[in-house]
Design a protein around this ligand. Structure first.
Ligand SMILES: [Zn+2]
Length: 397
């Protein structure tokens, strides 16, 4: 791949169709509300009449409200979603811990419960369902629209089941059927890196200097490593089989004959650059001694902050391996912008310099147009699952 094709991929987003314009319009209102019709038209580069045409039925339905905002100088009519009518539930099934949360269309997480993920899928889904039902019972006056589920693995084409989650050791788990609290509520199951990518895309719409058509690779590093991809503002799940590329990069070989991995291979990227790999780097591949427990990632970060050299070196090593993998992913996909999500972000200050150095060293042709930034850890947890639910709802309006 030459430099020019990387740059071309940056502007690969096609011109939006009418349905897509509507979806972008709703996404923009949700991310940057309250907004005037004029602001919406100018951000989307469409006519104000197109905005009005799309918004009118939603105002009539009571989903969007338009009200007068008293600003400095003149009054403006602004649009926002009606917040107290619909709600969404998210479930993030994590390898160690899981969360269930509630969100309204305004995007504020209103409730969140956290529990240790049971080792079997049956128990995990039973615990999740109890928590979902409790939220459902406690909100009889509002309408539950969609339940979004993020999982650390591949989903099927209809996004209703988990096909394979190596770090959980689960395969072919029917999730949607098990979590449906009533027939009118849709359940959408999404890969956790893709869910985190959706979350980060919305965060970037809110920042007005960035467009709705952003292109980036999301690298989620927690217990494992997963990759999500956003092209032209939309997540890309792969084509044909419906099983996306997401999740697969964690198992690319980065050290020949390296450490054995749960996937059956050796030397996988996630054995060297996930947040979980910090503990083995810290312990130097020996089992914990008597009275010594396997340190958690945040404990290693906190030790490094207090000047502990072994902790700092472990995090720097992760940065190095992370950078080598990122250079491969950038050149492989042809998108030069990367956002890091997941627990690893907590150690960003120690990881980033060795990571930048490794990318500079290993990227093909010393290509310089790349960037890597830290995302928000919540996007890789409950934030992503909730985003999946709300996005699904917006596409059906
Ligand atoms: Zn592996």
């Amino acid at each position: 791949m030459n430099h020019r094709s990387v740059i071309n991929a940056e502007s690969a987003g096609a011109a939006p169709s009418p349905a897509r314009k509507r979806s972008l319009l709703l996404r923009l209102i949700r991310s940057a509300q309250p907004m005037t019709r004029t602001e919406l038209a100018s951000r989307l580069e469409i006519d104000k009449s197109t905005v009005t045409e799309n918004i009118k039925p939603l105002i009539a339905e009571g989903l969007i409200r338009e009200e007068t905002q008293e600003g400095e100088g003149r009054k403006a009519r602004v649009l926002s979603f009606v917040n107290d009518r619909d709600y969404f539930i998210g479930l993030n099934l994590g390898v160690r811990r899981s969360q269930v949360g509630l969100i309204s269309l305004n995007g504020e997480i209103e409730e969140e419960v956290d529990f240790e993920t049971p080792s079997t899928a049956t128990f995990a889904l039973r615990m999740a369902r109890e928590r979902i039902e409790s939220i459902y019972r406690n909100n009889p006056d509002k309408q539950l629209r969609v339940i979004g589920v993020s999982v650390p693995g591949m989903t099927d084409a209809s996004r209703s089941e988990l096909v394979y989650a190596p770090n959980l050791g689960w395969d072919n788990v029917q999730i949607a059927d098990k979590l449906k609290v009533n027939e009118s509520v849709k359940v959408i199951v999404e890969n956790d890196s893709t869910a985190a990518a959706m979350y980060e895309a919305r965060v970037r719409i809110r920042r007005t200097e960035e467009g709705l058509m952003s292109n980036f690779i999301l690298v989620r590093s927690g217990t494992g490593i997963g990759v999500g991809l956003v092209i032209g503002g939309e997540v890309f799940r792969g084509s044909g089989s419906g099983i996306g590329i997401a999740g697969e990069f964690g198992h690319m070989t980065i050290v020949a004959g390296g450490k054995p991995c749960v996937c059956g291979n050796r030397g996988c990227w996630e054995k060297y650059a996930s947040a979980a790999s910090a503990a083995t780097l810290y312990l130097g591949d020996r089992p914990p001694g008597r009275g010594e427990s396997v340190p958690r990632f945040v404990e290693i970060v906190s030790k490094a902050e207090n000047g502990d050299n072994r902790s700092r070196r472990s995090l720097e090593k992760i940065g190095d391996y992370l950078g080598i993998g990122i250079a491969n992913v950038i050149m492989g996909i042809g998108v030069p912008r990367v956002i890091i999500s997941g627990r690893l972000v907590y150690g960003w200050q120690f990881i980033k310099d060795p990571m930048f150095e490794a990318i500079r060293r290993s990227i093909v042709g010393k290509f310089e147009g790349w960037s890597v930034e830290a995302g928000e850890p919540v996007g890789s947890a409950i934030g992503g699952a909730l985003e999946v639910a709300v996005e699904e709802f917006l596409t059906t309006l």
